[in-house]
Design a binder for this molecule. Sequence first.
Ligand code: ZN
Length: 759
Amino acid sequence: MKKITFLLSFLIVSTFSFSQEKETEVKEKEGGHYNISKFRQLKQELATPNVYRTASGAPGHEYYQQKVDYKMDIILDDVNQKLYGVETIKYHNNSPDVLKYLWVQLDQNIRAADARTNDVKAGGTSSYYSPKKFTNTFLRKPFDGGFNIDYVKDLSNNDISHTINGTMMRIDLAAPLKSGESTSFKIKWWYNIPNYVEIGGRSGFEHFKKDGNNNYIIAQFFPRLAVYNDVEGWQNLQFLGTGEFALEFGDYEVNITTPADHILDGTGLIVNRKEMLTKKQWKRFVQAKTSFDKPVIIVTQEEAEENEKEFSKETKTWKLKAKNVRDFAFATSRKYILDAQAVKIGDNTVMAISLYPKEGNPLWEEYSTRVVASTLKSYSKQMFDYPYHKAISVHAKQQGMEYPMICFNFGRPKEDGTYSERVRNGMIGVIIHEVGHNWFPMIVNSDERQWGWMDEGLNTFAQLLAEQDFEKGFPSRGYPKNVVRYMGGNQKRIAPIMTQHDNVFSSGPNAYSKPAAGLYMLREVILGHDLFDMAFKTFAERWKFKHPTPADFFRTMEDASGTDLDWFFRGWFYTTDFTDIGIKEVKKYVVTDKPTKKFKDRLEQFGADINDYLPALFLVNTDSDEYTDDMAQVKNPATDITSLNEYLADNFSPEERKSLKNTKYFYEITFEKPGGLVMPIIVDYIYTDGTKESKYYPAEIWRFNDKEIKKVFASDKELKEINIDPKQLTADIDTSNNTWPKKKEESEFDKFKKKNVTE
Ligand SMILES: [Zn+2]
């Protein structure tokens, strides 16, 4: 066997070296030698490991993060749709650095009449305008939004100097804040709440004309500290609308005053929930705490419809407390129906809660809370146990937005209560997604302003598994086949995943489906479930309640799986290359013990003697000239070597023979790779006897030739068909070269003929 392998490789290497020579020639013409291997390590792309972030991807021994605590009094003016707030912020400097100023995010300023967001948008006229778009583009007076900052004061009521720069505000500290110290200050503010249905945005209110009520979904509603860390210094990139948020963890005490007939829920424990509900409702709420199999309706539709009519002049104050959260949001309305059920997560009982107006029914009563409960279980299994005491899903038109413990979700039936499959699935999908965001980025607290994919992509992947847990076959968007059209599209309009979120062309595929599909491929194709699941869990465990970067993710996935994935991360995250792998050629060989003419000629060139190489076996391609030449002397290979085993018995050792089967067919398959990405080759070999053999060639098969590679194998069966990536797991953008023999495309004429016969 050793000799066979030697000779085979001799022949094969000689053909290979020809194509490689050609490639070297090209490289040299392009300008000398440089390392362009797609398997080179990511060292230059990733930050050098240090005491804060290790080479393994775990937090380092001097890892730190700041802590920011908020005490707030908030008043909602429902009549004029204004929100007022006074907040006391306590900032803990856990960094080793001295800070002379602090940066605070003023996200509402994106709604200011002079907001930069409008000015950085470029674009020409459209040929089509809906009435709303036409009004918004040409006729509407700019909305008078944005924060009105009444004051910034220290706790002794001295003014603190501050400077507003768009959506950021710098607070100049009276004395530098040393490492390990903390400082407190107060901000008083108010703003006009935008009707987000009319002018867009992530929060605001929806107005219901029929009953005159509003549904308030309130977020980014208070000046919030920006992140200061070892990676960015101050993360003070402007809020332009796409790039979301970077926030510190902290504790919150928030009092929210609403009209007395409102139902509210938000981040944190409602300390006085009992006082806020009627006796009957409180009893139902207590019931819900032990209802593990189905939701209990706490505020009924009937009660909600009564509340809708009240327009109470009285107010009440909801008291909320949250520990170790990175943000705070709430929803409030007269219109809310409220239901809840209990979910067992580890040793804890978590409440799954939904708030929705009657307009959401019957869909919301049927699904929302059940979907929340199922999501909590799936995500806890995938990552780590949900650590908070509740998770709320709020019905909000056109929204899909996440905050700690609470999220806003779309999905509204028609007025007659009917809904399509698409509306139902859209609603289930968005609830799973937004509840899932509790893990990424609410707890595994990545920098969303910088990297949209770190929360959206990781979450869209986890969402896929949770959706399949909820309902097998659910139309999830994170599958590789779903990004084929995007990745094969106009390369000038695609950005690599590793692009700051405001600078990507299309956020949907860029931050959501492409990274999710990449993770799905890592799990299904490259690592397998065991290695992937353990590594993914390790990343989540290592970085829960911390601030991870992409490098921490890439490094942990390799560190925990024991697999070099640099080639995958480089291709999938740092480039816009796509997968396209195909079959270029299939050659069939027969075996003979007579030296072929080609081999003899080659030996002659080197002045070698053929007898030094005998006995040996030679493969002759049945379609080549060589075959006709050589077969003149080897008329019938099958009778010439009546049985390969017999021949081997005479010429090879017992050990060499032992490993042989009765081989009849020899194949050389040439795989081509027009696509830029390196990827494993997943192949189904189908034989004439109907059997199938599935093979997996790891991506490293492309190490020495990025364009085409050959595979040779012996078989006792005849090949009938070869299929590459039959389950569509690698996002191959052109499948016309994925089969051998090539599947005949129906001609347009054939289609035309068929159509006219059948119709
Ligand atoms: Zn999301």
